[in-house]
Design a protein around this ligand. Structure first.
Ligand code: GDP
Ligand code: MN
Length: 347
């Protein structure tokens, strides 16, 4: 070990302020939350968990995004939960609103059809905008211009286990692009033409496929009905309410071209393409699968699923190995982590 162990000694930051023990070694990163003012209490709950288990050692800044201005109360009460800097950012209309080529009448017709198929949130305009923003917009916000890494945090999630190292440093030093905790099957009705559109894109850009891709994971047929309804995509995806990732991947030419192709195709509005399958397909095809990392040690819950490691660092705050606290007979089938381990690898 060269020099001091960053985890043992607190040290003085700018202006002589005492900073978290790992702060001096930080990289370029932020905790990132898209959130509504009315979700303040739930956001505070997520912040408390993440500050307690991890961020108080590093004090990475928080960046909050909203399509409406944050209230004074939101700003004051979230800032009170952390020693780190909090930034409150308004999303420009050009990043949030539907693009000019999207037709309102067609949206209405599609919403009716999607609702009949039981697609959750299909008639909720803001949900479609949210998915598109998370897919192809957030990393273009001027507030993130000089930042490379982000950890996406939603309101009302839980973090259970103490994590003692800098996860952003880990990603950077080990040449990782994307970190995840839960792998799920998607509702194929929400993405019927996503895979066909992806194949169309690939036909135009065959050189974009990474030689060490995860094609077999993306196209796995174990859940045959899902694969069939989704036109050949397994529907297995990294559950994106948790992501620790490199924005430079989303900013790359490959991903930019892919997102623009999907955006032109209109499926964020005429179907209900989620940012999770969009991110996952792109990673599975265009990125080296060895750069995708399962954070097995981060105990996490977003209703109704868990990632709960068997470790004393979790203080029995969640039940080791438990996947869901919903109806197991139904929800246990939604877990597709095993597919990733089978086709990609365990790290
Ligand atoms: P679910 O997890 O798929 O059920 O979707 P959520 O309702 O949790 O939404 C995902 C994330 O986007 C959460 O962090 C929400 O706070 C945020 N979100 C969703 N819709 C909006 C919106 O219209 N405005 C803002 N500011 N945030 C939103
Ligand atoms: Mn959520």
């Amino acid at each position: 070990l060269k020099g001091r162990d960053p985890l043992l000694q607190p040290e003085k930051g700018p202006k002589g302020k005492l900073v978290g023990p790992g702060e001096a070694n930080r990289t370029s990163a932020t905790l990132l939350a898209l959130v509504r003012n009315k979700e303040l209490d739930d956001m505070i709950q997520s912040m408390r968990d993440l500050e307690r288990t991890w961020n108080h050692k590093f004090n990475y800044p928080w960046t909050f995004f909203n399509d409406e201005p944050f209230t004074k109360e939101f700003k004051e009460r979230t800032q009170a939960e952390t020693n780190a800097t909090c930034n409150y950012e308004l999303i420009p209309k050009a990043h949030w609103e539907q693009p000019s080529w999207i037709n309102d009448d067609l949206i209405k017709e599609s919403a009716t059809i999607l609702s009949e198929k039981g697609v959750q949130y299909s008639a909720m305009g803001s949900y479609h905008k949210m998915c598109r923003w998370n897919s192809g917009m957030f990393y273009h916000h001027p507030a993130l211009k000089d930042i490379r890494w982000y950890w996406r945090v939603e309101p009302k999630v839980h973090f259970f286990c103490d994590v003692d190292y800098d996860v952003f440093r880990y990603m950077e030093d080990n040449d990782k692009t994307y970190g995840w905790v839960i792998n799920l099957y998607d509702s194929p009705e929400s993405i019927e033409t996503l895979w066909p559109q992806t194949l169309k894109f690939l036909a135009e850009h065959p050189d974009y496929l990474h030689p060490n891709n995860a094609w077999n994971w993306v196209t796995d047929n174990k859940r045959a009905e899902h694969n069939e309804k989704a036109g050949g995509y397994s529907t297995c995806h990294f559950w994106s309410n948790f992501e620790i990732a490199d924005m430079n991947f989303w900013r790359s030419k490959k991903y930019t071209d892919y997102f623009n192709h999907l955006d032109q195709a209109g499926g964020f509005f005429y179907e209900r393409w989620g940012d999770a399958p969009v991110h996952s397909i792109a990673l599975g095809l265009f990125e080296d699968r060895d750069k995708i990392h399962w954070f097995r040690d981060i105990g996490y819950q977003h209703i109704p699923y868990f990632n709960c490691p068997n470790s004393p660092k979790c203080h029995k705050r969640c039940e080791a190995g438990k996947f869901t606290d919903g109806d197991e007979r139904i929800l246990a089938n939604e877990d597709c982590r095993a597919n990733w381990f089978k086709y990609a690898h365990l790290n």
